[in-house]
Write a protein that binds this ligand. Sequence first.
Ligand code: MG
Length: 303
Amino acid sequence: MSASDYEILDPSFRRSIRFSAKVERLFDGCIWAEGPVYFAAHRSLVWSDIPNDRMLRYDECSGQVSVFRSPSNYSNGNSVDRNGRLLSCEQGSRSVTRTEHDGRIVTLADRFEGKRFNSPNDLVEHSDGSIWFTDPTYGIDSDYEGRRSEPELDGSHVYRIAPGGEVARVLDDFVKPNGLAFSPDETRLYVADTGASHKPDGPRHIRAFDVEAGRIVRDRGVFAETKDAAFDGFRLDDTGRVWTSAGDAVNCYTPEGELVGRILFGETVSNLVFGGPKRNRLYITATSSLYTVLTATNGCKTY
Ligand code: MG
């Protein structure tokens, strides 16, 4: 790829990228790649290939790709906690899991008020040890990326698992909540709504909320909207800008919601993560492929 794969919408974006940094395709062969997470300790990236019911691992040192877990219970979003452990949303088991250092996979949450979740989609840990996740129905709508099932809950909501394990519903006015991430200082939570997948005029936006002491204290409304298919997953850089999937591109927004630039891909982007020892290497999952590109910005956190 070349400079034509970057779209500069505001001069500030030029300082975030290097035209000389090529977008590289590292792997092709997924059906729907999602949930990239970077492990600094192992210089490796793990991601989900949901319909193939597997997780793959890219070794940053050797360039090798191998199967990390198969079957994977149709894992979707992944993250890493402060102890370096893998956190996963499993659409097949309809649960949020953690992989311990000894390899055991433990369930952190699989129901709310006695009812099974729909199919947890994406998750992030807060520094207070809580885990926040979204629960749309994509994994139970059909057998394509999970198991077709009837929902037990009354809608698609956002939940918080407290450090002690108790689950609370924190947002209940989304159509299909999807990607989510905190601002670098963790005072703001961003959550995507991809409800247009189920309603022609449904939401294609990211909303922002103020967070204090583990609670949502203010709805700041719609942060950004897209005409593309949807915002799916996203991460923030250390200046608080939001780098998000948006159709076949990665869009970059300022904390005020201004679109400043795009990186273009030939296929629909699902999610991304900042990796590399300096958190300046963007890894992008896009339909069948894993891509990478070095940036001139740094991700706010490795998870
Ligand atoms: Mg997602």
